[in-house]
Write a protein that binds this ligand. Structure first.
Ligand SMILES: [Zn+2]
Ligand SMILES: [Zn+2]
Length: 571
């Protein structure tokens, strides 16, 4: 399956079109196509072979030609032409906030700058100041953004690491030598970003496993190639370590390499009290060296008098104490989720119709879905008159499919805390999410007041992505989350755990505080395409890291109970 390569080609083409200053609509078309292919479930080669490429939403004739050419030649004429004008490594400069495509072109044309290091050096040497539009403040901002960018290079968002890990596991699992395989480390704990990827295999004959691993098509550089450990660099500069252990030690290794460091230290201290030592090979009696556990992870915890602790809890945030008391939470699972609470359609900035979203929810085995398109003033927000039509369409689709489709909205919270939609429409809607999308640079008090006011509005059920952060892209706006949690407890408004892997907002720590305060949470994916409904697993992971049980999550409730909660807010 070459989908990821095609996506990379389309994104590079889009970036270079922008740097070259060509028609911005063309660049957008390439980006839309890249997004569509990233979401595809089947191999793109198969679509080309069966001449179905044009059935993919967002792929026009000329992009289809590029894709076909790329699959044959590994490049495209269009890309070659663009690369001849601007070297592809310039694209990295676009990742620096405040440096747009026009600036990149100017930096290259005037100063031949192609890398972030060169940009930084030129800024410090005062060379940028001579360029048009480069004031002192702008140069300071660029230098600051470079620092932020350097920090981000170290960790990649979980969804990218997870899909890479899944491809590696699928490839290695085919080998008969592999007895068991497991991605460990922070990925197994479902942390929102991953530093490097640790994969563990149980095998006796390890050479063929290591050989295949270091020759995987996505490997960009082999850092080490041994019989028990190999390390490679893959896309996004992600380092992947593969460790091979004997099956007798697999459980101990899984425990050890899953971490976290803090959890493992606490575990070792507990072991010492029992006269035991724990390492990646097993649990041993200190006095005699006798091995008492190691083959399974359950056995390792059991040897220490504990029940098995789910990886998401292994952060030394009270999980050992809870396990000793037999008081670990019964964590919410994907299976507990009965419906989607946050989704968009073509009426605003989504890619699918109401019916397509509803059918996709049915296919996932859900009992309901809420369609929550945007309000103005977002450029793509649905205007009041159209919203009335949208509500009618939702009711019709729901009747036709015999499947509950809730008429909802993601309404903008204005700077003064009022809602950007006519009240008579809000009253007709089954579910109202209120979110901040604009004027994010308010001071902390004003922003907190703004959201609290929306929470006091009895028409509001859920606060969407409560802190507004975008992982590795935008910090949260300034807001007192503890005040939101307190207000949620008081009013019964739910706070969202937005499951879009770019957002994961609330994050795990805030969600834990909310959960401990008895606040109701809603996990919504913010799906803008049918495939995005699958983001639910990321939202559930945040909830699990926050110790949430099914009762803490409003969309684990059956449809009738959800309706009761929704209408109770209105009374
Ligand atoms: Zn939103
Ligand atoms: Zn949304």
């Amino acid at each position: 399956m070459r989908n990821a390569e095609v996506v990379a080609m389309l994104e590079e083409t889009a970036d270079l079109i922008e740097i070259a200053g060509e028609n911005p609509f063309k660049a957008r078309a390439y980006r839309r196509a890249a997004e569509a292919i990233a979401a595809l479930q089947e191999p793109i080669e198969e679509l080309v072979r069966t001449k179905r490429l044009h059935t993919v939403e967002g792929i026009g004739e000329s992009i289809a030609r590029d894709i076909t050419e790329f699959l044959q030649r590994g490049t495209t004429t269009r890309l070659e032409q663009l690369r001849a004008k601007y070297p592809p490594q310039l694209r990295t400069l676009l990742e620096i906030q405040g440096v747009g495509p026009r600036t990149v072109a100017m930096l290259y044309d005037r100063l031949k700058i192609t890398t972030v290091d060169e940009l930084e050096a030129a800024a410090k040497a005062g060379k940028l100041a001579k360029l048009p539009g480069m004031g002192e403040q702008k140069i300071r901002n660029i230098l600051e953004s470079i620092q932020v960018w350097r920090r981000q290079q170290e960790r990649v968002p979980i969804h990218i690491a997870l899909s890479l890990a899944e491809r590696i596991v699928a490839a290695l699992q085919e080998l008969p030598e592999v007895i068991a395989i497991l991605p460990a480390g922070s990925l197994r704990r479902w942390k929102e970003t991953v530093g490097d990827l640790d994969i563990l295999v149980a095998a006796r004959n390890t050479q063929p496993v290591m050989d295949k691993f270091t020759k995987l098509p996505e490997v960009q550089k082999v850092l080490a190639h041994g019989t028990t450990k190999s390390s490679v660099l893959m896309a996004n500069n992600l380092q992947v370590d593969l460790r091979a252990v004997e099956p007798e030690s697999f459980g101990a290794a899984a425990q050890y390499f899953t971490g976290s460091k803090a959890h493992n230290i606490a575990l070792r201290n507990l072991a010492l009290k029992h006269g035991l030592t724990v390492n990646e090979y097993g649990v041993f009696r200190e006095a005699t060296g006798e091995k008492v556990a190691g083959e399974t992870e359950e056995g390792v915890y059991e040897a220490l008098g504990l029940v098995w602790i789910p990886p998401e809890l292994r952060e030394d945030r009270g999980e050992l104490e809870a396990a000793l008391k037999g008081a670990l939470p019964r964590l919410v699972t994907l299976d507990d989720i009965r419906g989607e609470t946050h989704s968009h359609t073509r009426w605003s900035d989504g890619a699918a119709t109401v019916e397509e979203m509803a059918r996709a929810a049915m296919e996932r085995g859900y009992e309901y879905i809420a369609i929550t398109d945007h309000s103005p003033p977002m450029g793509w927000g649905v205007k009041p008159d159209d919203f009335r039509k949208l509500i009618r369409e939702i009711r019709q689709v729901s009747d036709r499919l015999g499947f509950p489709v809730l008429a909802g909205i993601e309404v903008d919270i204005a700077s003064d805390g009022s809602l950007h939609m006519d009240e008579d429409i809000l009253r007709q809607l089954d579910l109202v999410i209120a979110s901040v999308h604009s004027a994010m640079k308010m001071d902390m008090d004003a922003m907190t007041r703004r959201i609290l006011k929306a929470m006091e509005n009895p028409l509001v059920h859920i606060i969407g992505h409560p802190t507004g952060r975008l992982i590795n892209q935008r910090p949260p706006y300034e807001v007192r989350v503890d005040a939101l949690i307190e207000k949620a407890r008081e009013t019964g408004v739910a706070l969202e755990i937005n499951g879009s892997p770019e957002r994961l907002d609330l994050n795990d720590e805030h969600a834990r505080i909310a959960r401990d305060a008895g606040v109701l949470l809603s996990i919504g994916t913010d799906a803008h395409r049918t495939e995005h409904l699958a983001f639910m697993r990321f939202g559930v992971a945040v909830a699990r890291r926050a110790w949430c049980e099914p009762k803490d999550i409003v969309n684990t409730r059956p449809y009738t109970e959800l309706r009761e909660w929704l209408s109770a807010r209105r009374r």
